[in-house]
Every structure is written in structure tokens, then in C-alpha cells.
Write a protein that binds this ligand. Structure first.
Ligand code: SF4
Ligand code: SF4
Length: 139
């Protein structure tokens, strides 16, 4: 049993396709949608947690790629450059999931990757450009 958080980007032509239904029905995967940016006229983006059997998961990824989707692992998507961080705390106020939070008692900012849903609010809010988005393709 594997569990991965993925970011799926797909063209406007696929926005109305029942992709999640197919993942559940044809590949026996469990899908938990963490974030959805869907607009019928634009590229869509889904952030989701997928769990199931490794073999089925790999087959499902290949099927999604064959449909024209770009898939990125969420852990590769948003990164915290601690060397650039000035500990200003601005991101902890706007992060909706607590992925960027003040750790007590040290009061230092920490990045909890497992809570991140790639909303990208911190990318715009960080004055030190310590939060980066990776746009490389990959599993
Ligand atoms: S992208 Fe940034 S603001 Fe959004 S959940 Fe992840 S860490 Fe928080
Ligand atoms: S907004 Fe940027 S510089 Fe400020 S604490 Fe967050 S990551 Fe660090």
C-alpha cells in the first residue's frame, strides 16, 4: 500500500472529464482531493492524496500522462529555502494548513511538508523569496 500527494495539471479540454472516477473505478485507488482549481476555460489543477496498490498506482499515473496531464509529486512542488528565511513570520499567518508554522518554544518558523497543499500563498507573501515552487515534471 502506497500513499502519495500529487499535483495534477491538465488542459482545459480535460476539465470536464471524470478523471477521479476513473482512478477509483479502474485502478482501485483511494483519492482525497486537497485542493482544486477548476475553470472550464483554463488549465486545471488538482492537489490530491492518492493511496492504493503500487502496481495500480503506477498504471494510473501512466494512464493520466497518456491523457495529457502533467504530474508532480507535492514534496517536489513547494520547497522552503531555510538559508534564505529571515524568520519574519509572515508566511505563518497566511498558510491555510499550518504547513508553515511557528514552533514553540524556539519561536522559529518550520515547514511541515506533509501539511502543504501547494496553494502557493506563501510564494507571494515571502519577502525573502525563501518559498519556491518547482515546476518540473515527474512522478
Ligand atoms: S503552499 Fe505555502 S501557504 Fe500553501 S499550504 Fe503550502 S506552505 Fe502553506
Ligand atoms: S515569509 Fe519567508 S522569510 Fe518570512 S518566515 Fe516565512 S519563509 Fe521565512
Amino acid at each position: 500500500m502506497i500513499k502519495h500527494k500529487l499535483v495534477l495539471r491538465f488542459p482545459a479540454s480535460l476539465v470536464e472529464q471524470p478523471l477521479i472516477y476513473r482512478l477509483v473505478k479502474d485502478y482501485d485507488l483511494m483519492v482525497n482531493i486537497l485542493r482544486a482549481d477548476i475553470n472550464p476555460r483554463k488549465e486545471g489543477r488538482l492537489v490530491m492524496e492518492v493511496s492504493g496498490r503500487e502496481e495500480k498506482y503506477q498504471q494510473a499515473l501512466q494512464w493520466l500522462r497518456d491523457q495529457g496531464l502533467r504530474i508532480t509529486n507535492l514534496q517536489q512542488q513547494v520547497i522552503w529555502r531555510s538559508d534564505r528565511c529571515t524568520q519574519c513570520g509572515a508566511c505563518s499567518v497566511i498558510c491555510p494548513t499550518g504547513a508553515l508554522a511557528i514552533s514553540r518554544p524556539s519561536m522559529a518558523i518550520r515547514f511541515y511538508e506533509d501539511k502543504c497543499v501547494a496553494c502557493e500563498h506563501c510564494i507571494k507573501a515571502c519577502p525573502a523569496r525563501a518559498m519556491e515552487i518547482y515546476l518540473n515534471n515527474g512522478e
